[in-house]
Ligand binder design. Structure first.
Ligand code: FAD
Length: 404
């Protein structure tokens, strides 16, 4: 595809959309425009762990800055609600994840794009697929026209909704019956809990999971997954969310309560099952989906952000290789779907086991899994695989790269 004349529109400036803008520019697409509904990203969301996504960061030249603004995680600990450890694992530091807050990560990705790429305060409303271009209509009444459009607008994607003609279908991610509080603490708290350095600590008990790990600046990311009959309204009211989380996590062992006391931000999100990814078309005409819009991840394997970054790498290469949009979108879907589905379905299975309230599941979690995880180095194997896949993607895109 002509990299100078093809105008590419991206809806959504989350991890997937921003990474895509970087990768497209690296392979020489000069006319890239990203439309984000937020007027500013500051202080939105809590954080995540970046694992194979580090290979993508190396490719787009942001890895050194990322290392300075994140915290390496090399140790995993499962404990009971009375604080007794029943599984402890060390990770190979070369392949394990790094914790980072979402604002720090979004800032890293967005501040390094040149002026004119990002258009904030632009809420996508609908698209019109005209013969040779796509017209994008925004909520403020303005429009833009692009050669192709990528919907990176997350789990509640409006782009996907329009592809499905506005109606709920089996391809719409369904609320799973669990919600998650994601919180980020104030800085310099790690000094008070030095034993938590480099550590992911997690407690799975009675249908809930609480956990935490350090991110940059001595902050902690902490979370709680809990059953809830309906998906929460996304909540930004710190005090209200704090009270609710305090009630739900009253039995969580130290240092959860102390972290909550020092919470700087809390968000409350529904968790969704996306079960028919294999049958769902990812594109229609000149419009394609990427990241959570195409394949919504549950958080249990920590792969949502990482895989949206790998999608970005893959789509950029294929757009540079193919001469038509339809061939490119077909290949993107064929190459990414099997890998992504393997991980999405594994995360669903892990979640079922971690959140099950049955005595049998508790027995498996505490007695059967720890020796298996240690002996077979399960985390190490999964991460070695995802990392090898990302490295392969980077190798494949190198011949098409025109900018360092
Ligand atoms: C506000 C927010 C906070 C999150 N916090 C966490 C967290 O703390 N921990 C975690 O593990 N995961 C979190 N996630 C999910 C995680 O970021 C994603 O699962 C993963 O990074 C995949 O990224 P994505 O780019 O596909 O989607 P997302 O990261 O969800 O990004 C979607 C982007 O599209 C924008 N958008 C949505 N609709 C429109 C529209 N109509 N017009 C224009 N722009 C639109 C959103 O504002 C957002 O910037 C959060 C997501 C969001 C939106």
């Amino acid at each position: 595809m002509n990299r100078l004349t093809t105008k590419i529109g991206i809806v959504g400036g989350g991890v997937g959309g921003l990474t895509l803008a970087h990768c497209l520019r690296r392979v020489g697409f000069t006319n890239v425009h990203l439309y984000e509904r937020a007027s500013q990203w500051k202080d939105v969301g809590a954080g995540f762990s970046i694992q194979c996504g580090r290979e993508v960061l190396k490719y787009i030249g942001l890895h050194d800055r990322f290392r300075d603004r994140s915290h390496q995680l090399t140790h995993f600990k499962s404990i009971t609600k009375t604080g007794e450890t029943y599984m402890e694992l060390d990770f190979n530091p070369d392949i394990g994840p790094w914790g980072v807050s979402r604002p720090a990560f979004i800032n890293l990705l967005s501040s390094s794009l040149p002026e004119g790429v990002i258009h904030k305060n632009k809420t996508f409303q609908s698209y019109e697929d005209l013969n040779d271009k796509v017209k994008i209509n925004f909520a403020d009444g303005t429009h833009d026209e692009v050669s192709l459009l990528v919907g990176c607008d997350g789990v509640k994607s409006k782009v996907r909704e329009q592809m499905q003609r506005g109606s709920e279908s089996k391809f719409t991610p369904k609320y799973s019956g669990h919600s998650i509080f994601f919180s980020i603490s104030k800085p310099n708290l790690l000094e008070q809990f030095p034993e938590q350095r480099n550590t992911i600590q997690q407690i799975a008990t009675n249908g809930t999971i609480t956990g935490h790990f350090p991110v940059e600046d001595g902050r902690f990311l902490f979370y709680m997954i809990h059953p809830s009959t309906s998906a929460p309204q996304e909540s930004w009211d710190l005090e209200g969310a704090k009270d609710e989380l305090a009630k739900l996590s009253k039995d969580a062992p130290a240092p959860f309560a102390a972290l909550l006391e020092h919470a700087e931000r809390i968000i409350h999100l529904g968790m969704y099952d996306h079960l028919y990814i294999n049958e769902q078309p990812w594109s229609q005409g000149k419009v394609v989906l990427l990241g959570d819009a195409a394949h919504t991840f549950k958080p249990h394997l920590g792969q949502g952000a990482n895989q949206s970054m790998e999608d970005a790498l893959c789509l950029s290469r294929i757009l540079a290789q193919e001469d038509t949009v339809s061939k490119a979108f077909d290949r993107f879907e064929k190459e990414r779907k099997p890998k992504v589905w393997a991980l999405v379905s594994a995360a669903i299975r892990v979640g079922k086991l971690e959140l099950s309230t049955s005595g049998f599941a508790a027995f498996i979690r505490k007695k059967v899994l720890p020796p298996i995880f240690r002996y077979f180095d399960v985390f190490g194997k999964v991460w070695a695989r995802t990392l090898a896949d990302s490295k392969k993607e980077v190798e494949k895109i190198q011949p098409y790269t025109v900018r360092d």
